[in-house]
Ligand binder design. Structure first.
Ligand code: ADP
Length: 421
């Protein structure tokens, strides 16, 4: 088995898929594992993305899991480590981006790394250290209302510094525009000033491609998925036109949505407006002890043969706040995740083999409940979201797509299935 070149640690499952998607599109054979595998990798891959669910767990646990993943990736021969977080820099005041970055730096014995969530293909750009989502600052975007990681400051140097003991600095767009040598000189200058982590501006893919060569010798990179487009070239790998083929899809189809992002709210509305069957999963009813999962499965059973069905807890910010006020933020999240995961298991029992999962935490809970250990990355549906293929704990083949809340066009839930026909 050839050695893994790039070893990646992702802090959630959709983020892992997003990263693997960019690596595949840039020519690398990529495999995503769900958690840290027990044994060695048993398929050939240039890059492996270990998907953790460590974005919102206590920082010490996120650090421990990330270090576990690091050790496994090193054992597979990984030459460079990539810590992947969300393109909207999702984190709480305690982390976990800062603590995990610093723990990885300690373990790798490195004094410098970068931090950039820029992903221009998905309208995430960084200018003078400030993160923009489309045309607005992060703090003016829908992320300010996120159920678990509300982002109210767009200044990433400030946000990251608050999570780090090491000094955080900036490589600004002028330096990036001047190319590899200017970036290398700026890195040397920052190092001399005692800066250990540099937020990097990037407004377009060209910026990331200019940044790529300057990153070749850094043991650790931390970023969203955007930087990935520039890395395969550092290993002598060119983009290949060969489509990321997956086995033929079969079975029936379903969408499970626990994301409450603006994009997912639009996708749910578009699916319903297209006349497709949809059932709302109400957190308050779950909390009251109703067996909502059983109801949902009974509702879906007669519909599945006719086309895709949607089960969603997706709600607007006001409704989410109200539920959180009554149940608590974490309790509400966990309750909904458990219910959707139980529904995912029931759907696969009922013959569903094509499953769209919307929401990072949500899809993490679902693939774990299904016992999927490893996924091959296939064709892209929308930027950041490919179809994947793997087997559940019982060995049943499944086509899965793990959609990060903010990703995907309004018709994503229908378009995804059309692509597999
Ligand atoms: P995204 O990718 O949009 O961030 P996630 O699945 O990661 O989506 O996060 C959404 C969180 O909100 C999950 O923990 C989910 O269980 C929770 N949630 C989903 N629906 C509701 C709701 N109606 N009220 C409160 N919390 C909800």
């Amino acid at each position: 088995m050839s050695k893994v070149l790039l070893g990646c640690i992702a802090d959630d499952f959709t983020g892992a898929t997003d990263l693997a998607n960019n690596l595949v599109r840039a020519g690398m054979r990529a495999v995503q594992t769900i958690g840290v595998p027990a044994g060695p990798l048993d398929v050939p891959a240039d890059a492996v993305v270990v998907a953790l669910k460590s974005r919102t767990i206590p920082a010490a646990e996120a650090v421990a899991q990330s270090l576990d993943a690091l050790r496994w990736l090193q054992a597979q021969g990984a030459q460079q480590i990539y810590f992947k977080y969300c393109s909207t820099f999702d984190s709480t005041a305690q982390g976990n981006i800062g603590p995990v970055t610093e723990a990885l730096m300690d373990a790798l014995g490195t004094d410098f790394t970068i931090a950039t969530p820029a992903f221009p293909d998905n309208q995430r750009t960084v200018f003078k250290g400030h993160l923009f989502v489309g045309d607005v600052l992060l703090s003016d975007s829908g992320m300010r209302n996120h159920p678990l990681t509300p982002m109210t400051d767009a200044n990433l140097v400030r946000v990251l510094q608050a999570q780090c003991a090491r000094k955080v600095g900036l490589i600004d767009y002028k330096t990036v525009a001047a190319g590899e040598h200017a970036i290398a000189a700026r890195i040397a200058q920052l190092r001399a000033e005692g800066v250990a982590i540099a937020v990097v501006d990037a407004l377009a893919n060209e910026d990331l491609l200019r940044l790529g060569p300057a990153l070749k010798n850094l043991p650790l990179l931390t970023a969203g998925s955007g930087v990935a487009i520039a890395l395969p070239a550092n290993f002598g790998i060119q983009a290949s036109a060969r489509a990321a083929d997956l086995p033929q899809a079969g079975g029936t189809r379903a969408v499970l949505s626990g994301s409450c992002s603006l994009a997912t709210n639009r996708q749910v509305q578009a699916f319903i407006a297209a006349g497709r069957p949809a059932m709302n999963i109400d957190p308050l009813r779950i909390a009251a002890g109703d067996d909502v999962a059983a109801e949902a499965l009974a509702w879906a059973a007669p519909l599945l043969a006719k086309g895709p069905v949607l089960l969603y807890s997706t709600a607007d910010p006001q409704a989410v706040k109200s539920v959180q006020g009554q149940l608590g933020v974490d309790a509400a999240g966990a309750l909904v995740e458990r219910a959707l995961a139980a529904i995912a298991r029931g759907l696969v029992e009922a013959g569903v083999r094509q499953l769209v999962l919307a929401g990072g935490e949500t899809s993490g809970a679902c693939v774990q409940a299904l016992g999927v250990a490893q996924m091959q990355i296939g064709p892209q549906i929308d930027p950041g979201v490919p179809w994947c293929w793997g087997r559940d704990g019982a060995g049943r083949p499944l086509h899965l797509t793990l959609k990060s809340g903010n990703f995907g066009a309004d018709d994503f839930f229908s378009k995804a299935f059309t692509m597999l026909q």
